[in-house]
Design a protein. Structure first.
Length: 367
C-alpha cells in the first residue's frame, strides 16, 4: 500500500502492458494446445467474444465470427435495432472527421427509439445461420426488452455497462434486481463490468454464468478523463480471478467464468489477460481493423453517443485484413493485430501450457 497523504492509502495496480509472461521449463508444439472454451452448455473453438459495439458487430459479422469459432454479441440498443437499414448512417459517420460533430450526429442517430421487432429480427437472423446467439443490453434497458430477447431463444444474454453492481440504488423506478432477474431467466447471463474482488464476488452470487472484468472499449473510452474511473486491467483480472476461486469454495463448486473486457488491442494483451486469470477475452478494437467491420474504419462504443455526458470517442483504424485473417490468420503482419487465435496458441505453446486453465497458473514479471 502507498500513502497518498495523511488520510488516504492506495494499492499499486498494473496494466496489461506492465506485466510479461515467463515461459516454463518446457515448450510444446502449437498443435498440442487446446484453446476450446466451454461456458454453460456451449463450447467454442477459442476463448474470444466479439464486443457488442456497433462499429464491429452487425448481424453479418456476428454470424461470421460465430462460424470462425467464437461468440459474437449483438448490441441490442444499437443502430441495428433502431433502423431497418443503418448502412447509410455508417457511411455518413465515416465522412465526419471532427469529433464534436461526430458526437452530435451520433446523439441524433441514437435518439431514434429502439424497435422490439428489430431486436427479434436481428437475433433470429443469427439463429438461422446456425451459430450461437448472444445479445447485450445495459442494466437500464434490460427489464424493458428482456421478454423480446428471451423469446428469441438466445444462448447467452449479456448485461454490460460502464460499472455494474449487484445492488443499485435508485430514486425513481424499480432498479434491476440482478439476483432475482437471473434466477427467473432461463438463459445464462454474463454481466459486467467490474474491476474489484468484492464487486465481482457479489456479481457471482447473483447466479451469473460469467463476469466481465474492466469497463470495455478502452481504445474508444474517455471514462478515465470524464469520470476519473479506471482500474488497470492486469490487477483487475487477478483480483476477480481470486473472487472466482473463493466463490467456487463458497458455493460448493460453482464455477463463474472471468471474461476480460477492454484494453486488449493486440494478441499479446489477450495472452497476458488469460495469464492473469481470465477464462476468455471480449475484444472490440482488434475486430474494428477487419475490412468487414461495419464502422468503415471507425471504432466507437456506447459511451460515445451518451445523450447528456459523452465519455467516449471514435478511433480511426486502418484495415489490416479480412475478419478471418484478423481472428484466425494466416498473417504476415507482425504487430499483434492479426491471427489473434494463432498468436495465443503460440504464446501458450512457447510457455509450455496445454490449455487455458494451466496457462492461468503461469509466472508473470513486472516490467
Amino acid at each position: 500500500m502507498y500513502d497518498i497523504g495523511r488520510s488516504k492509502r492506495a494499492a499499486k495496480a498494473f496494466s496489461l502492458d506492465d506485466v510479461e509472461i515467463v515461459p516454463s521449463r518446457r515448450t510444446r508444439d502449437p498443435e498440442l494446445v487446446n484453446l476450446s472454451w466451454k461456458i454453460d452448455a456451449v463450447e467454442f473453438d477459442f476463448p474470444l467474444m466479439a464486443a457488442p459495439m456497433d462499429s464491429v458487430m452487425s448481424p453479418e459479422t456476428a454470424i461470421a465470427f460465430g462460424k470462425l469459432g467464437g461468440l459474437g454479441v449483438l448490441n441490442l440498443e444499437g443502430l441495428w435495432t433502431r433502423y431497418d437499414d443503418p448502412t447509410p448512417l455508417y457511411e455518413e459517420l465515416a465522412t465526419i472527421s471532427d469529433q464534436v460533430r461526430a458526437t452530435r450526429r451520433m446523439q441524433e442517430m441514437y435518439s431514434e427509439p429502439i424497435k422490439p421487432e428489430l431486436i427479434a429480427e436481428r437475433l433470429a437472423q443469427v439463429r438461422e445461420a446456425g451459430v450461437p446467439v448472444a445479445g447485450s443490453l445495459s442494466p437500464q434497458r434490460t427489464q424493458e426488452y428482456i421478454s423480446v430477447v428471451e423469446q428469441a431463444n438466445v444462448d447467452f444474454f449479456v448485461i454490460r455497462g460502464t460499472a455494474v453492481s449487484a445492488e443499485h440504488v435508485a430514486s425513481s423506478g424499480e432498479p434491476l434486481n440482478l439476483k432475482k432477474f437471473i434466477y427467473n431467466l432461463d438463459v445464462p447471463v454474463i454481466v459486467g463490468g467490474c474491476a474489484s474482488y468484492q464487486t465481482a464476488l457479489h456479481l457471482m452470487r447473483t447466479g451469473a454464468a460469467g463476469v466481465l472484468v474492466g469497463f470495455g472499449g478502452a481504445a474508444s473510452s474517455t471514462t478515465r478523463q470524464v469520470l476519473g474511473i479506471e482500474v488497470p486491467m492486469a490487477s483487475a483480472i487477478a483480483d476477480v480471478a481470486e473472487a472466482r476461486r473463493d466463490y467456487l469454495d463458497e458455493s460448493g463448486g460453482r464455477y463463474v467464468h472471468v471474461i476480460a473486457d477492454g484494453a486488449m488491442g493486440t494478441s499479446g494483451h489477450i495472452a497476458r489477460a488469460l495469464a492473469c486469470g481470465a477464462d476468455a477475452a471480449m475484444i472490440g478494437g482488434p475486430l474494428a481493423r477487419a475490412k468487414e467491420a461495419p464502422g468503415k474504419g471507425w471504432h466507437w462504443g456506447a459511451e460515445a453517443w451518451h445523450q447528456t455526458l459523452p465519455r467516449g470517442r471514435r478511433v480511426h483504424y486502418d484495415s489490416v485484413g479480412s475478419l478471418e485473417e484478423v481472428v484466425v490468420g494466416p498473417s504476415s503482419v507482425t504487430d499483434g493485430t492479426m491471427n489473434l487465435v494463432g498468436a495465443l496458441r503460440r504464446s501458450m505453446a512457447s510457455s509450455g501450457y496445454q490449455d487455458v486453465k494451466e496457462f492461468q497458473r503461469i509466472e508473470l514479471v513486472i516490467r
